[in-house]
Design a protein. Sequence first.
Length: 202
Amino acid sequence: MDKHPWEIVYDKKQFSINTFNPSIIVKSNKNLFHSEYKILDIGCGNGRNSIYIANLGCKVDAFDAADICWYEKLTPRLKEKINFTKTEISNFKWKNNYYNGVIITRVIQYLNPDEVKLIFANISGSLIDNGFLMISYAVKGQMQKHKEIKVPKFSHSIKFINDSLKKYFTKVSVFKGSSISVHTNLKGNIKSYGIIAFKSGL
């Protein structure tokens, strides 16, 4: 069975996640993650956000196209809080009206425009009324510069993302700059955003 492009990237050590710190947007808004909330972590990577959120008391479903063996190292307590599945976004089995919150950090830039629109629709359908979506993504910089990494890369304008979100979410807040949108402050020409959107309960 052929490996997913991201698994090849990790195997060749072309890219690695060198921190277990949560994304800054997640940590800065930890008040949204109430105990026993059901959270979905899309493109969870090494599980850093899932682990952080589970330690806040939430129950987390997490998935990624690549399995980099983080889940098997968790304590039994965390395994009770986190459910990890290796699957691509296109194959994920969405639960309707189920989650209190969904996070998708550093993933949007690897989806084409049609995939972005579709995933926002699926996320909206999976959230309960007044549930939230938390996003971080880069428009340019970082991975876009690495031609040797053979994964799709897209530069979505914040206008496109904002307009796409407003079809499904009533309140959309945008935060500009790497200090909010990633897991650590970055230097250089990095154009990135953090976004929090809420699904209307009306």
